[in-house]
Design a protein around this ligand. Structure first.
Ligand SMILES: [Ca+2]
Length: 176
């Protein structure tokens, strides 16, 4: 599979990335062909906070040395709630310097994502101001900036309905 300089992929990239094998030393990782490779810079766009799968996906990503998380951005509305889960999870797992982006509100999400309350108790007392890493309040713009400034190819792992990714594409179509 060949990758264009900037390519938007779905969650399958996370699964494929997880197939690479951790090296014995430092950040050295080995691809499926056994060749040494560098960690791939990725952006996670997630509707975390509903069903638990996105929380698991974030955990898998953080434990995958072949992936280098440059930005975690909320998607499918309800950005403050989702952003708190991202922040608290990253902070709790020792990744509290990872940049976070808040996606735009999205009206449909309020009506169709009935599972939102499931992780609410975990963040009810969490203040996003506690987070030590950067918090970008325009998550779509942050996606554009990370991709356009990166000297390496950036993979967007989009694991939810993607209005935030769509907003990023509207700002800068060249990220595709
Ligand atoms: Ca999802």
């Amino acid at each position: 599979m060949s990758f264009t300089r900037r390519k938007v992929l779905t969650a399958s990239a996370l699964t494929a990335g997880a197939c690479a094998i951790r090296g014995l030393f430092g950040n050295t990782v080995f691809g499926a062909d056994g060749a040494k490779t560098s960690p791939r810079p990725v952006i996670l766009a997630t509707d975390i906070g509903g069903d638990i799968d996105d929380t698991w996906a974030l955990a898998l990503l953080l434990k995958s040395p072949e992936l280098d998380l440059k930005l975690a951005v909320t998607d499918y509305g309800v950005p403050l709630y989702r952003g708190k889960i991202l922040a608290k999870f990253l902070q709790t797992t020792g990744h509290g310097q990872t940049p976070i982006g808040l996606g735009p509100e999205y009206d449909d999400a309020k009506h169709s994502d009935g599972a939102l309350a499931r992780q609410a108790p975990w963040v009810k007392d969490y203040d996003l101001e506690q987070y030590k890493g950067p918090v970008h309040h325009d998550g779509a713009k942050a996606i554009v900036e990370v991709i356009m400034r990166s000297p390496q190819r950036v993979t967007v792992i989009s694991i939810g309905p993607p209005p935030t990714v769509a907003a990023a594409l509207a700002i800068e179509p060249r990220i595709a």
